[in-house]
Write a protein that binds this ligand. Structure first.
Ligand SMILES: Cc1cc2nc3c(=O)[nH]c(=O)nc-3n(C[C@H](O)[C@H](O)[C@H](O)COP(=O)(O)OP(=O)(O)OC[C@H]3O[C@@H](n4cnc5c(N)ncnc54)[C@H](O)[C@@H]3O)c2cc1C
Length: 439
């Protein structure tokens, strides 16, 4: 798991430093058979089981005091079917490895989030998404799944085979079984032209519908305490390839976005009163730029400054109002925030507990530098989001419970009924699942 999450002295910690757990034992099965044996033994010992990815969730969704299953030996590409336009990959494969392997084969996923350190199973299990007008989350690009259920049965599902399992298990929250392989829709690798450009907050709000409609992938970052945003539009392009020049890429991605931003956050943490002035400067530090590259190089970038995050999905038509309320709340408050607020979109999808299930969606994400108290900000932001029937990202901080989810997810009981069938004894239980699913 490299630098992302590790178990040291028997303690497992997540990337954001918000969760730690002491599993009873840790295993790294190398095959589906070995995994089934691990599950049988856990049942004999009466221990709960949790497969972890790279620990990039901020919630305790991956925490366990039972058997922790590491993904390290369940990695690699199983099969590429060019005619069907699919790739089948072992569930523990890091997205970085998948993206690089696909590019080598002249293939790509259609859409993805903004980093690629997560595992395939971890990313899909919580509904990890990027931004898209027509293309949705990584899980929505799944064509088939293989999972091992609590009693050791290997279950495969797709639109045609076990469709009720397929509907829910693409975003399974780790509650339905251990995912062992995922089949994704892929397409011939293509080029995207990215246009990054500063834009006033009021203009983005006024023109949001148009910006969203005119671009395949539109997103923006609003800098609290300012009226400034940075917008990013990614659209398919005939080329030629024009990557960010190496030095410029280093200066903007590493120095400005990571190195200088780290220093800004240290300063802000030490002297919170300086934050509004710093925000004015940092919101203007990035100038406009345009570049053209293959998808994963445009969608993803390294995130070296550690933070904690809350992200809510609201109906897309409620985005501007929600965002204006968030801004008004921050302006009225004594909060001091160095991290920009990130806004993305996704079209409606058909996955039972996807944050975009059955509705066109906009995402609003708030962040705080690791080590800075975040509760005040997140509590106030959550009040704004839930007033718009917001659905929190399953892997990012929130305080909602099963009662709330049964109201904002029309298909909530479909998921819990399937869980009752596949895991009646709650082998995959943990405290987080008990809170969000009710048992
Ligand atoms: C820096 C950073 C950037 C991020 N960017 C984005 C982004 O752009 N978009 C977005 O939507 N999210 C983003 N996230 C959130 C992140 O994508 C999710 O939290 C994701 O779930 C993390 O994947 P992971 O491999 O670390 O899984 P973990 O956090 O380790 O686990 C997540 C869940 O998956 C389950 N799981 C893992 N493997 C299996 C398996 N084999 N079978 C069954 N269940 C399994 C775990 O039990 C747990 O329930 C970001 C997080 C960080 C820290």
């Amino acid at each position: 798991m490299g630098s992302t999450a590790s178990t040291r002295n028997g303690t497992w910690r997540n990337w954001g430093g918000t969760v730690s757990a002491r599993p009873a034992r840790e295993v790294a099965p190398a095959s589906v058979d070995e995994l089934a044996a691990v599950l049988r033994r856990a049942t004999e010992d009466g221990l709960p089981v949790k497969a972890v990815g790279s620990g990039h969730s901020f919630t305790s969704i991956a925490a366990t005091d039972g058997v922790l299953i590491r993904p390290d030996l369940l990695t690699g590409i199983r099969d590429i079917d060019r005619e069907a336009g699919t790739v089948t990959v072992e569930a523990g494969t890091p997205l970085r490895r998948l993206n690089v392997a696909l590019a080598r084969e002249g293939l790509s996923l259609t859409n993805m989030g903004d980093i690629m350190e997560q595992t395939v199973s971890g990313a899909t299990s919580t509904g990890t998404h990027g931004t898209g007008r027509d293309s949705a989350s990584i899980a929505a690009q799944i064509k088939g799944l293989e999972l091992v259920t609590a009693d050791g049965t290997v279950l495969t599902c797709s639109e045609k085979e076990n469709p009720d399992v397929f509907a829910a298990a693409r975003i399974s929250l780790g509650a339905l079984g251990v995912v062992t392989a995922v089949t994704f829709a892929v397409e011939p690798v293509f080029l995207l032209t990215a246009r990054e450009e500063p834009m006033p907050f009021d203009r983005v709000c006024a023109e949001f519908d148009q910006l969203h409609a005119e671009n395949e992938h539109f997103e923006f970052y609003w800098f609290p305490h300012t009226g400034n945003t940075t917008t990013k539009r990614n659209n398919r392009s005939a080329g030629p390839e024009r990557p960010v020049p190496r030095l410029k890429g280093w200066i903007e991605d590493e120095f400005l976005s990571n190195g200088v931003f780290q220093a800004v956050n240290w300063l802000g943490r030490a002297v919170p009163a300086s934050i509004p002035a710093i925000a004015q400067i940092s919101s203007k530090a990035l100038s406009a730029r345009t570049y053209t590259d293959i998808p994963y190089k445009v969608f993803t970038s390294p995130r070296r400054v550690r933070f904690v995050e809350m992200e809510y999905a609201v109906p897309r038509e409620a985005l501007v109002e929600t965002l204006r309320e968030l801004k008004a709340m921050i302006d009225r408050s004594r909060l001091r925030i160095t991290f920009p607020v990130e806004v993305r979109t996704a079209p409606s999808d058909d996955i039972t507990l996807s944050t975009a299930s059955g509705r066109d969606t906009a995402y609003i994400a708030v962040h705080m530098f690791k080590g800075t108290p975040y509760q005040g900000y997140f509590t106030a932001a959550e009040r704004v989001f839930t007033a718009h029937e917001g659905r929190p990202h399953w892997g990012k901080i929130h305080t909602r419970d099963a009662e709330y989810f049964s109201r904002v997810y029309p298909r909530f009981t479909e998921f819990t009924a399937l869980r009752d069938r596949l895991d009646p004894e709650r082998r995959f239980r943990n405290d987080y699942l008990r809170r969000i699913l009710g048992t």
